[in-house]
Design a protein around this ligand. Structure first.
Ligand SMILES: NC(=O)c1ccc[n+]([C@@H]2O[C@H](COP(=O)([O-])OP(=O)(O)OC[C@H]3O[C@@H](n4cnc5c(N)ncnc54)[C@H](OP(=O)(O)O)[C@@H]3O)[C@@H](O)[C@H]2O)c1
Length: 302
């Protein structure tokens, strides 16, 4: 049994459908979402698998009762693979974001994952087997300008899981972090929608200019050039689930790997911080040109 959180759209939806359609019929998928009114898209994509290898259930990762009800109602607590996919984003200058809004990001991306793992762990430990997959992000490895809180929440869950992974090997339970780069789902559109309504209270004009006129266009180009489809990311997750000895980390996007590697090339952090700074603020033209070249060499013409 595989339980996936956040299946109303994007990566979660695609993963649920892919696993439910596995030709070996290897998986019973519990595809969960916090709001069951959004289940139509998933049900339509599941087709014949619905009610056979795929069941839809309610689960809000931010609520203890919801997690407990889902586990007791559907599974008697028996989950072999837990995929923590539910997540929210946040972008913008920190001066314009209230602490309440910031905490929501941690409530979902960090405590939501912790809550679900905590609920599922006793059963896995008892059975001495299990696999916990967390959809993290390359931003859990490398901070990205104007994504401060989102990156922090993913760094936090990386630290939590890296610590837990060591303990759990003793119980034959594996943890895998899947770290996508940009993915073309509703995720980015939701952020853009929020930003379009913000007047950035408390933020100086220079910062608003850097955010709107430099960061946002660069971010759009990055999504256009490097953005993966949710299907591709779901395939990478399905592959990790299938492995007997799954790795702790999997980056799904080879194009992004050089950027995360900068950090490991220079442990002082200067190389990565300065490179990102120069790419964004000093060598914008060169940055756009390299993205253009990347688009050409990865367009599948060759
Ligand atoms: N898109 C990217 O560029 C990207 C890159 C790297 C990593 N990721 C990660 O990939 C994961 C999936 O994102 P996505 O791109 O597929 O975006 P998405 O289409 O926005 O999906 C996010 C899912 O999380 C759900 N969710 C949010 N809060 C929840 C809660 N409290 N309880 C249960 N479900 C909740 C959403 O449900 P509602 O419909 O109810 O809001 C939605 O189903 C996230 O963890 C994200 O951080 C995304």
């Amino acid at each position: 049994t595989v339980l996936i959180t956040g299946c109303s759209s994007g990566i979660g939806l695609q993963l649920a459908v892919q696993l439910a359609h596995d030709p070996r019929q290897r998986y019973q998928v519990i595809a969960t979402m916090r709001d069951l009114k959004k289940k139509e898209e998933l049900e339509a994509a599941a087709g014949k698998a619905l009610g056979q290898t795929l069941t839809v259930a309610q689960l809000d990762v931010c609520r203890d009762e919801s997690v407990a009800a889902c586990l007791s109602g559907h599974l008697g607590g028996e989950v072999d693979v837990l995929v923590n996919n539910a997540g929210i984003g946040q972008i913008g200058p920190i001066e314009s974001i209230s602490l309440d809004e910031m905490q929501k990001v941690f409530e979902t991306n960090f405590f939501g994952v912790v809550r679900t793992i905590k609920a599922i762990l006793p059963g896995m430990k008892q059975r001495r087997s299990g696999h916990i997959v967390v959809v993290s992000s390359v931003m859990g490895l490398q901070g990205v300008v104007f994504n401060d809180l989102y990156a922090a929440s993913k760094f936090a869950i990386e630290g939590f899981c890296e610590s837990l992974a060591v303990q759990l090997l003793q119980f034959n339970i594996f943890i895998s972090m899947v770290e996508p780069g940009p993915v073309n789902t509703k995720f980015e559109a939701k952020l853009m929608d929020e930003i379009s309504r913000s007047e950035f209270p408390g933020t100086d004009l220079d910062t608003i200019h850097y955010f709107k006129d430099i960061y946002l266009p660069a971010s759009r180009e990055i999504f256009m050039t490097m953005g993966q489809s949710p299907q591709t990311v779901a395939q990478a997750i399905a592959h990790v689930i299938d492995l007997e000895q799954p790795p702790f980390r999997t980056q799904t996007n080879l194009l992004y790997t050089p950027l995360t590697a900068l950090k490991y090339a220079d442990p002082s952090g200067t190389l990565s911080v300065r490179t990102f700074y120069r790419l964004l603020f000093n060598y914008g033209a060169l940055f756009r040109l390299s993205l253009c070249c990347l688009r050409c060499v990865t367009c599948n013409c060759f």
